[in-house]
Design a binder for this molecule. Structure first.
Ligand SMILES: [Fe+2]
Ligand SMILES: [Fe+2]
Length: 176
């Protein structure tokens, strides 16, 4: 039994403000990729979908020059995974999420991209790998995935459908 649905997260004003700022269509498409990958990697699809949906909630500065992304500045100054992990954790706990789930989701957000990770060898756990791969699959050239928009009816329909997919998957497979 899930304590928080994706729809509850989607409808919360914090997600409306910060997830929409970095791209609601990107968040939803990464959630769908995360759901598919979760089954492949045998991780909890509820956690993977929530981490996928919230992975870019920490964006706060676009590091642009002349309307184009400045990748150099982004790489040098970006901390969106850190801000995102904290923001997502606070939102999930506020909604009544299981604390183990909230921590695992926050850590997957922290490690979803290498902009804040130390150089050298480190190994992502399966949930972290799923969220990282889902984000990669949801990317478009020139970071344009952040600017794709869908109408709200489509967003809500996709969110509700994904909630149903998670519920029916969890009903069939016992999750940890
Ligand atoms: Fe990101
Ligand atoms: Fe992303």
């Amino acid at each position: 039994m899930r304590q928080v649905t994706l729809k509850e997260i989607y409808e919360h004003p914090i997600a409306e403000k910060f997830v929409r700022r970095s791209g609601m269509a990107h968040a939803i498409s990464v959630s769908y990729h995360a759901f598919k990958l979760a089954k492949e990697y045998n991780v909890n699809p509820d956690w993977a979908v929530k981490a996928g949906f919230l992975h870019d909630i920490g964006h706060y500065d676009w590091y642009k020059r002349n309307g184009q992304w400045d990748y150099g500045k982004y790489k040098e100054f970006d901390i969106h995974p850190i801000k995102g992990a904290e923001r997502a954790h606070k939102l999930l706990v506020r909604l009544g999420e299981n604390k183990l789930a909230a921590k695992a989701i926050a850590r997957a957000i922290l490690f979803h991209t290498d902009s804040i990770l130390p150089d050298g060898a480190y190994e992502l756990d399966p949930l972290q790998k799923v969220v990282h791969l889902a984000d990669e699959q949801g990317k478009l050239p020139g970071h344009s995935h952040h600017y794709v928009t869908w109408d709200r009816k489509k967003e809500l329909r996709l969110i509700e459908e994904l909630d149903q997919k998670i519920d029916s998957y969890i009903g069939r497979v016992k999750m940890n």
